[in-house]
Design a protein around this ligand. Structure first.
Ligand SMILES: [Zn+2]
Length: 242
């Protein structure tokens, strides 16, 4: 049941969306797609307009219907991804069937614009992937501190008055806190000593990150370290080295 839209309908619907955007969505960092580019109307704007027809009485629209509509402007298009991107990534509250149809009953490949008065759930103006990666990471660890095992939202294993809040913690504090170098630790484990150690993905200490930790070790251990390094560096005097 594809509907052709005239240029005027397209422009009017775009202005309608813009007024809601100004009032409700801009403040969350949702970006209004440009209406026109060098090739005429942009695909993102067209998809948004198509889904917003008859707002607030929007309807479910299948991906094939969207594709057919877009082909009226871009005949070479055979797979329209914009509806999905506009939702989870760009922050427009467009539910996608088979994925996050928590509010409406949608089949896989169906989309529906839910509202123009709220952003997509969980959208805070920055990339949604960053947030969901952190959620995924915590889920992989069963929502527990990798080091002490305290569970998020429950009392800390060692400090019963502290409710566990998991934080992004460095595996190696000398490297940036980016994907691959993050483990979930409770606020207690993350605070104590965190810059002194390198952890593996199971939260076990595998290396020193701060050599001055050696000073805390027993004299016998320090002597062994000294001997080990003396041998490794052939007795070179470090004070002569720049
Ligand atoms: Zn902990």
């Amino acid at each position: 049941m594809r509907k052709n839209l005239s240029d005027d309908e397209i422009k009017d619907t775009y202005e309608m969306i813009r007024s809601y955007h100004d009032k409700y969505l801009k403040q969350y960092g949702v970006k209004m797609p440009r209406l026109s580019g060098t090739k005429g109307f942009t695909k993102s704007a067209l998809i948004l307009i198509y889904l917003a027809q008859g707002y607030r009485n929007t309807r479910k629209v299948s991906k094939s219907e969207l594709t057919e509509f877009i082909r009226g402007f871009y005949p070479e298009v055979n797979d329209v991804q914009q509806a999905r991107h506009l939702g989870a990534q760009k922050g427009w509250f467009i539910a996608a069937g088979g994925r996050d149809n928590r509010d409406v009953d949608l089949q896989r490949g169906e989309y529906q614009l839910i509202t123009l008065e709220k952003p997509y759930p969980g959208f805070h103006g920055h990339r949604v992937e960053e947030t969901s990666d952190w959620e995924n990471l915590k889920a992989q660890y069963g929502y527990r501190c990798v080091t002490c095992g305290s569970e998020e939202g429950k009392p800390n294993i060692h400090y019963s008055n502290t409710i566990t809040k998991l934080q992004k913690s460095h595996k190696d504090p000398n490297k940036p806190l980016v994907s691959g170098n993050i483990i979930p630790q409770c606020q207690k484990c993350n605070r104590a000593d965190r810059n002194n150690w390198v952890y593996d993905e199971r939260g076990r200490v595998i290396k020193l990150a701060n050599p001055s930790v050696i000073k805390r070790s027993d004299r016998e251990v320090r002597w062994k370290v000294y001997k080990l390094l003396y041998e490794e560096f052939n007795g070179r005097n470090p004070l002569n080295d720049k």
